[in-house]
Design a protein around this ligand. Sequence first.
Ligand SMILES: O=C(O)CCC(=O)C(=O)O
Length: 277
Amino acid sequence: MQPAPTFQVIPGQDELAGLTRDLRFHPSPVTQPTTLTIDQVQQFNQQGYLKGFRIFSDSEITENRDYFDRLLAKVMAEGGDSYSISSAHLRYGKAWDLLTDHRLVSIVTDLLGPNVIGWGAHFFCKMPGDGKKVSWHQDASYWPLTPSKAVTIWLAIDDADIDNACMRYIPGSHHHGHLTYTLHENDPNQVLNQEVVAAPGMGEPIDVELRAGEISIHSDLLLHGSEVNQSQRRRCGLTLRYCAADVVAHLGWSEKGVVVAGDPPAHWANRSRPNRD
Ligand SMILES: O=C(O)CCC(=O)C(=O)O
């Protein structure tokens, strides 16, 4: 039996402001990647993202989608919603399996180095007509982690395109450090509460269209967001969060860790696979 986690799920503004965090971009230290090419590592360093890798087979894509359909139905029956399934790797074996999948981990180690912690798994499922957007933000701004050596793999559970509100990135924006944001409190049309209002002036956004089973990867400082889903099709993505093992987690977040590559560091927990799917 694993101990019940006590981490702060969504740290408050005061708690984050009270932390000393190094929120500068730390380029990948990897010079001899094994899965990515050196050009891809350099592109990540320069642009802050990579996109369009097909990872899963047709049967795995169906399996992932069927799994999520069942999970979402269960969570909604329990009073949750299509954005509320977070830290899923601590509760559901299937999410733990995806976070630790060797094909994903081999890409992440080519960006973060040989010692990596997987610490998050959050479904962002945009239902047709739900009216919610994800405003321009930087992930590192929300997280009590330092230094900012973290990446997200965004795994398409459904096909994601402009019509159903795929992710959007502002290439190169990770070089600006931690940006000033406005807070949206209790706004039903916002999935998250931070918005970097100056983002549109910081570069030309790109649309990250992905087929189900493909992934994109972004730096924790890259500006990204997504529009309202105006289509009749669902758009679900699973965000899988990783950091280098020398990152320090405050507010109990080290409890979320799973050592996905390298030596177990003393600071992070190494959570085992949950029994239930
Ligand atoms: O899936 C989305 O639309 C937003 C995801 C996101 O903000 C993230 O990966 O941090």
